[in-house]
Design a protein around this ligand. Structure first.
Ligand code: FUC
Length: 807
């Protein structure tokens, strides 16, 4: 969408040579909390990103023109979904079940295409704002950075002996983006503001304010459907509306407005305020006819923010951001890595060099990204968080429920950002509503179900455009079962009984009810799913058929097992629903058990079949090991061994999100060195050109530390950050394991502020891989057992009590 700015591109290519020396002097040591570059971004994956959990900005930091991609978490294509889209789909089930009973997998696959509905909608780019400067000559120094602790980005450079500075942040407290521009010489600041967008929009100026009003498409075809007639459909009377306002506040100089820009001439300092609002008013409200008053909201946000000086806004922003960011400190020991721009740093690290602060930076960046992208009620961080410039973004930048959307939230609780889990928890409440209809109309069952994809409209139906989708992905129906685990996890960390009783339990119960009704008996009386699939994988039957539909898929049963166990635990905690609990216990005992295959692997299929792609990135049948809890080296050593064999058969080469998952799996297998090996691979440098990415070569990390599937997906960032915690602390409601999967290279270090189940905060200092000092803070009071190696210590703490001791 963005026409690259010719002048700034030319400059970008000469900058590294010109300015690297100057930039190096600006920072004293290689930082664990700062990303920096000595030239502007050329690609999206080099931009520095900001967000207040709703508005997002990707800043290029160009010298003559600074391009900033803008986003809003609530700006999607589409409108409320009709969950009754395929009301009689369930009538096909008996024929599919019969085909499976007769082991006719081909027929079962072909009949499954009748159990599909529409595709999801897509997350939209809002537009690009341009700050155009009147620089006649080449700059002499250039530095841009993002400080995670401040959620502040800065650009500085010199032209003709004058130093220009730009500071950018997006305030959650004041719901506005704020940019301060300064020149070191009086009257040397000259710039104007321009805007364009791939959406439909109109521009107007009103004094010092540039006003944009526009609307999103009411329908966008997923990018993976390729060339299609009319893939992006607009209608002035349909779709989500947006307003974006840009106001210049100046202390000196002269403001000039034209039709399409506002400009400031001969100034020394100015602040640009950016306010964004959309008409999105909930998943079930038409955004065109029942929408919020986006114009009034944008204008009230703007006038409130612009009535405050920059320093006051920044102070409020800092306080708000640091309340979350500063909760966790991580130190992995002394680093001797040299100070380099972030892309160079990644390239050096990829050669196997030590850079412990980069390992900390990636972890803290995951936390930073969650704070920046997940603060809008009921609207979780999507596949790209909130940062997206494409009108047909990869995989619609939607919610893929067979891993990606959930992986986004793996770090929320254990990395002490429980508040940022809320948008996901609220979203589950919404999808359970459409999911009730999906359960009934597609599967003839009670409770609620969700499938492969979802979007801001909380769609829950299986995708595929009524028969066009691949059965191995489109027909999977365990999305609700997996999502429901987030409710229980939130409770185990927060100990919030009100939440468990009033919000979580009814939803957990609904998810379990669906599973209970969905299960059928196999010929031996075991409970299995039929039909089932195993996310995105395919089997080969003994007679050579390559298919997707089977009965008793291991991953289906793993997710159901975990869901039943959690629902039972919840009903016991709440002392409620004993009869339903008994039903679940009986079903649990009858579930077809895990099987170990002839290769010693954990079987993915009911029978010991071969895989079409044995190295496939998905590993959903290992769900019980992570994110689930029912497989572990202690409780189920043989099954844990089988998961290890499966991971070894798959090998380590895989996409970003899959690597994020595997690091967690190895951590749960208590193999810190293998987890670390894959963490290093997750941080492998990937060149920044997302649109041309091919994912055959495996995942890694872009210059701006965005996870490369490739292309960019944020799930790997979050999964990787969560895995760092999993290496340092693992917990159940009964115990906290200290340093359970510590790699040898992290022999000395300290961490503070990690969360453990039971609502404890954990701080550990360690030496030679052994804890020396431990501090536990109990938020809500309770007992736990601390464990490291063979040593144990029982603790019972009052609410708000802290204990600290030598281990
Ligand atoms: C699933 C994965 C892909 C990608 C997409 C968003 O389809 O198999 O790798 O992550 O989701």
């Amino acid at each position: 969408m963005i026409k690259p700015f010719a002048y700034s591109l030319k400059i970008a290519s000469v900058l590294p040579v010109l300015f690297s020396l100057v930039s190096v002097n600006l920072l004293s040591s290689q930082s664990a909390h700062t990303l920096w570059f000595d030239r502007p971004a050329e690609h999206f994956e080099e931009t520095l990103v900001l967000g207040n959990g709703k508005a997002g900005a990707s800043i290029f930091g160009g010298v003559a023109t600074d391009s900033i991609y803008l986003n809003d978490a609530t700006l999607w294509s589409g409108e409320p979904v009709d969950p009754y889209m395929n009301p009689e789909a369930y009538k096909n089930l008996p024929a599919i079940r019969e085909a499976l009973k007769n082991e006719n997998y081909k027929l079962a696959d072909s009949l499954q295409s009748k159990l599909q509905g529409s595709f999801s909608q897509s997350y939209m780019p809002l537009g690009t704002v341009y700050l155009n400067f009147e620089h006649k000559n080449q700059p002499q120094s250039y530095h841009r950075q993002l400080e995670l602790e401040k959620a502040l980005s800065t650009v500085t450079y010199k032209v003709d002996g004058v130093t220009f500075t730009r500071e950018y942040f997006i305030s959650h407290a004041d719901q506005a983006m704020v940019i301060r521009l300064k020149s070191s010489k009086k009257g040397a600041l000259n710039f104007n503001i321009g805007f364009n967008s791939l959406l439909k929009y109109e521009l107007a100026t009103n004094g010092p304010t540039l006003e944009v009003n526009g609307y999103a498409p009411y329908h966008v075809e997923p990018s993976y459907r390729g060339k299609m007639p009319n893939p992006v459909q607009f209608d002035p009377n349909r779709g989500t509306r947006f307003t974006s306002l840009f106001r210049i506040k100046h202390t000196d100089g002269k403001l000039i407005g034209t039709d399409n820009t506002v400009a400031l001439k001969d100034a020394t300092e100015a602040v640009v305020y950016v306010s964004i609002a959309t008409s999105f008013n909930g998943f079930d409200k038409n955004p065109a006819t029942e929408g919020l008053d986006h114009k009034a909201m944008a204008s009230s946000q703007l006038s409130k923010a612009s009535s405050k000086p920059f320093d006051a806004l920044f102070e409020a922003h800092l306080k708000d951001h640091q309340k979350y960011f500063n909760r966790v400190h991580l130190d992995l020991g002394k680093s001797t890595a040299e100070d380099l721009p972030t892309d160079e740093r990644l390239k050096r690290y990829a050669k196997g060099e030590e850079d412990k602060n980069l390992e900390v930076l990636y972890f803290q960046y995951g936390r930073y990204l969650l704070i920046s992208s997940s603060r809008t009620p009921n609207v979780p961080a999507n596949l790209q968080g909130i940062w997206n410039p494409y009108i047909r973004p990869p995989w619609s930048s939607n919610y893929t429920l067979n891993i990606n959307a959930e992986e986004n939230y793996w770090l929320a609780e254990n990395a002490n950002l429980s508040e940022m889990h809320q948008p996901m928890l609220g979203f589950i409440e919404n999808i359970a509503q459409t999911g009730k209809i999906t359960a009934k109309t597609f599967y003839g069952a009670g409770g609620w179900a969700a499938c492969h994809n979802s979007d801001i409209w909380a769609m829950s139906n299986p995708v595929g455009d009524f028969g066009q989708g691949g059965i191995n992905w489109a027909n999977w129906n365990m999305g609700g079962t997996w999502l429901s685990s987030h409710l229980w996890e939130h409770y185990t960390f927060s100990q919030d009984l009100d939440f468990l009783k009033n919000r979580a339990y009814p939803l957990l119960k609904g998810a379990a009810e669906f599973c209970l009704e969905w299960l059928v008996e196999d010929k031996d009386g075991n409970l299995v799913t039929s039909p089932g699939t195993s996310p995105e994988n395919k089997f080969i039957t003994p007679d050579g058929y390559q298919g997707a539909t089977l009965y008793g898929s291991t991953s289906d049963l793993a997710m159901i097992r975990e869901c039943f166990q959690q629902t039972i635990a919840a009903s016991e905690t709440l002392k409620t629903d004993a009869a339903f609990r008994t039903q679940l216990e009986k079903a649990l005992a009858k579930l077809y058990p895990y099987q170990v295959g002839k290769k010693g692997n954990l079987q993915e299929w009911y029978h010991d079949w071969e895989d079409v792609d044995p190295k496939h990135r998905h590993q959903s049948h290992l769900y019980g090991l992570y994110p689930g809890h029912h497989i572990s080296p202690e409780k189920t050593p043989e099954l844990a061994d089988a998961t290890r064999t499966t991971l070894n058969i798959k090998g380590d080469e895989t996409t970003g999100w899959s690597k994020g998952w595997r690091i967690n799996l190895w951590a749960r297998l208590l193999d810190g060195n293998r987890a670390y090996k894959q963490y290093r691979e997750l941080l492998r440098y990937v060149a920044p050109d997302g649109v041309r990415a091919s994912y055959e070569k495996g995942g890694g990390t872009y210059p701006n530390l965005f996870d490369a599937h490739p292309p960019f997906q944020i799930d790997g960032n979050f999964g990787g950050a969560a895995a760092v915690v999993e290496m340092l602390v693992q917990s159940t409601l009964q115990e906290i394991r200290l340093l359970p999967a510590l790699p040898d290279v992290w022999a000395n270090g300290s961490v503070e502020g990690l969360k453990a189940r039971g609502n404890f905060e954990v701080a550990i200092t360690w030496n030679n891989k052994v804890p020396t000092q431990v501090k536990i803070h109990s938020v809500t009071g309770g007992s736990t057992v601390l464990k490291h190696g063979t040593k144990q210590k029982k603790l019972t703490l009052k609410p708000n009590e802290t204990v600290e001791f030598n281990w």
